[in-house]
Design a protein around this ligand. Structure first.
Ligand SMILES: Cc1cc2nc3c(=O)[nH]c(=O)nc-3n(C[C@H](O)[C@H](O)[C@H](O)COP(=O)(O)O)c2cc1C
Length: 297
């Protein structure tokens, strides 16, 4: 099957396939709250792991392992690690945001069907660190690519994934008997869900907003001005007006932008701020210049 798929891929995907790829990306969510009690079929889980295993990796090192954690008692212990870590993180949060931080649901460790810890074996290159001589951290980045493949494939399969990073790494290593030379990269809560939220939970709950893409694009050098046409194109896709570069916005992108999205944002369906399955299906039924056909021209 994989060989057939690869053979067809010399010239981009057909439109339906492209739409599916973008749809997975724009409707993927970090899931914490909507897990159901349904189990995940091993055939489905196998496909997700195969997708992860086809991620790019430095020197084709494939430094990952996938620890599947189903045992309820072990998961309760991981959750205790999360609760302890959250208490330790709290003082680092701005005083006026601490009450909101406490209210956020930041894990679904026990209520998801299973957990998966994706690890990076830092010694797998066996003494030939192709691509890692100057940048030894590239094996960690490679493993993150595997996480993202898993996450996107899961979305396509209707499986929710929530990444829990609020855990002290050494405590997790001890609990899961992870050897010294192996780094836990992602602790994932995985399960069938009742819904994929239309926006990030942290946006819905007022923690943050998606930054305007044109303000993140630079030209030639860091903070380099220019690329007006490209910025306008990205702004059009996102349904927001292109923002002329102001000295302030070029200096630093705000952690939580204060600017409200303009009203017309919701009229365009290709809008990562409010994209959802309903708007995707409306757009494809309409066959109009809205998402996804607009993106794929
Ligand atoms: C490296 C990484 C670590 C994360 N850690 C957590 C976490 O500990 N708890 C949590 O609720 N979400 C975590 N998330 C999910 C983000 O909060 C989420 O991706 C972001 O709010 C955007 O929402 P979306 O993924 O639904 O688009 C993490 C995401 C990444 C990429």
């Amino acid at each position: 099957m994989l060989e057939d798929m690869t053979a067809q891929m010399h010239d981009g995907f057909d439109q339906l396939a492209r739409e599916a790829v973008y749809r997975a990306m724009f409707t993927r969510r970090d899931v914490r709250s909507h897990f159901t009690s349904e189990t995940i079929d091993d055939e489905v889980l196998a496909r997700l792991l195969l997708a992860a295993h086809h991620a790019p990796s430095v020197g084709f090192m494939q430094p990952w392992n996938f620890i599947v954690i189903r045992d309820a008692a072990r998961r309760a212990e991981v959750r205790d690690l999360f609760l302890a870590a959250r208490e330790q993180e709290l003082p680092a949060i701005e005083a006026e945001r601490q009450a909101l931080y406490r209210k956020l649901k930041l894990e679904g460790i026990c209520e998801s069907a299973l957990n998966i810890c994706i690890t990076c074996d830092r010694e797998r290159s066996q003494g030939s660190p192709l691509g890692r001589f100057h940048n030894p951290q590239m094996d960690l980045y490679s493993t993150v690519c595997a996480v993202q493949n898993f996450w996107l494939a899961a979305r396509a399969e209707g499986v929710g994934v929530g990444w829990v990073s609020i855990i002290e790494a050494q405590a997790l290593k001890d609990l899961l008997s992870i050897p010294e030379h192996v780094t836990p990269i992602a602790y994932l809560c995985v399960g069938r869900v009742s819904q994929f939220a239309p926006k990030p939970d942290l946006e819905t709950q007022g923690w943050g907003r998606r930054l305007p893409l044109p303000e993140l694009i630079m030209s030639e050098t860091f903070r380099g001005q220019g690329e007006a046409s490209l910025k306008s194109a990205t702004a059009r896709l996102n349904g927001v007006a292109a923002v002329p570069p102001s000295p302030a916005s070029q200096r630093v992108a705000p952690a939580v932008p204060q600017r409200e999205p303009p009203k017309e944002a919701s009229a365009l369906s290709f809008n990562s701020l409010n994209f959802d399955d309903a708007s995707a299906s409306r757009a494809s039924q309409a066959g109009s210049g809205t998402w996804p056909s607009m993106v794929l021209k």
